[in-house]
Design a protein around this ligand. Structure first.
Ligand SMILES: Nc1ncnc2c1ncn2[C@@H]1O[C@H](COP(=O)(O)OP(=O)(O)OP(=O)(O)O)[C@@H](O)[C@H]1O
Length: 312
């Protein structure tokens, strides 16, 4: 086995087709050791399929590359053994305690030093105090933490987390992410798919996929810069009619609603300024220029890709 430089994932042109539909289309992805790489994109854009190809669970129809130095086409079994994969619906036994769940998984996989491994995973994820609690009685956040502990039992160097915090409240998500950062600090590489913007902000690097194609990669601030978006924020008591009016204006590419405020975005600063000019002096509205948010950037990417790939 040879790990190519510091790339834990290094794949090129990964492609997967189902029937005549290409669900992952020539995906290139590189993830560095110890990095937290966020994978974003609308529902059905190909994130899960890509992750499953990179962790040896699904054979690509095209492309090549390595995960943890193993060939994704030839060494799927070795990759499966060495990655930790947490799916969207991780199976836990509600009527077993936290410790019993972990012990059961270690048994099923025939892991040596079971007791030591379970102790270590409990400690690492802060579950020692709750080890006797039944999994069924845990809140969503603690369940996710137990699922993560289960993925860590065989001490993988790469974690692939597929929407690990879907449906978990913000405080528990924050705590879960503190754990992910701690693991990355210890040298574990994490590829995580998410729909949450606050989570995207917490990644070292991001990739945005739509219609099976990777459309943009970079740090959160690089993605904001690359988007070339200019943004005005306008707030007022009732901005819903204003949103509808602005959406029709040339130069306005995106209007995002945030409570009683709007983000009005476009790539051409002058045309955007012209578009909003008729509304700037309305005494009921407060306008100021703002930095685009990641959410603006992703919605904009999604809109553009929908235009590009719309059936003729
Ligand atoms: N086994 C399969 N057979 C046929 N089509 C499939 C199969 N698995 C996935 N697909 C299709 O491939 C596309 C990509 O699905 P995938 O689950 O990878 O998307 P995703 O980005 O993970 O979505 P989500 O954010 O909703 O989890 C979807 O259109 C899905 O219906």
């Amino acid at each position: 086995m040879s790990v190519d430089g510091d790339w834990v994932i290094d794949v090129r042109d990964l492609t997967k087709r189902y029937g005549d539909k290409t669900v992952v289309d020539r995906l290139d992805m590189k993830v560095r050791r110890g990095e937290i790489y966020g994978f974003l994109g609308p529902n059905g854009s190909g994130k899960t399929t890509s992750i499953r190809m990179m962790c040896g669970l699904l054979t690509p129809d095209g492309g090549s590359g390595h995960t943890l130095g193993y060939d994704v086409l030839k060494d799927a079994a070795a990759i499966k053994r060495e990655v930790g994969y947490m799916t969207q619906r991780f199976g836990l036994y509600d009527d077993l305690s936290i410790r019993e769940n972990l012990d059961f998984i270690a048994r099923v996989y025939g892991m040596p030093d079971r007791r030591i491994r379970v102790d270590h995973a409990l400690e690492r994820l802060g579950l020692v105090g709750r080890q006797k609690q039944l999994a069924g009685s845990l809140s969503g956040g603690w369940k996710q933490r137990l699922a993560l502990a289960a993925c860590m039992l065989h001490e993988p160097k790469l974690l692939l987390l597929d929407e690990p915090t879907a449906g978990v409240d913000p405080k528990a998500r924050r705590e879960f992410w503190d754990e992910i950062h701690q693991l990355a600090h210890e040298g574990i590489t994490v590829l995580v798919s998410t729909h949450y913007m606050d989570e995207a902000e917490r990644c070292h690097r991001l990739g945005y996929i739509a219609y099976g194609r990777l459309l943009a990669t970079g740090t959160p601030s690089e993605l904001v810069q690359q988007s070339g978006l200019h943004t005005w924020r306008v707030s007022g008591d009732d901005v819903s009619l204003l949103a509808k009016a602005l959406e029709q204006q040339p130069g306005v590419e995106l209007v995002t609603r945030f409570g009683n405020a709007l983000h009005v975005c476009g790539r051409d600063a002058d045309r955007l300024a012209q578009a909003i000019a008729p509304y700037r002096h309305d005494p009921d509205l407060r306008w100021h220029e703002a930095a685009p948010q990641l959410e603006d950037v992703f919605i904009h990417l999604m809109q553009q890709s929908a235009d590009n790939y719309a059936p003729a």
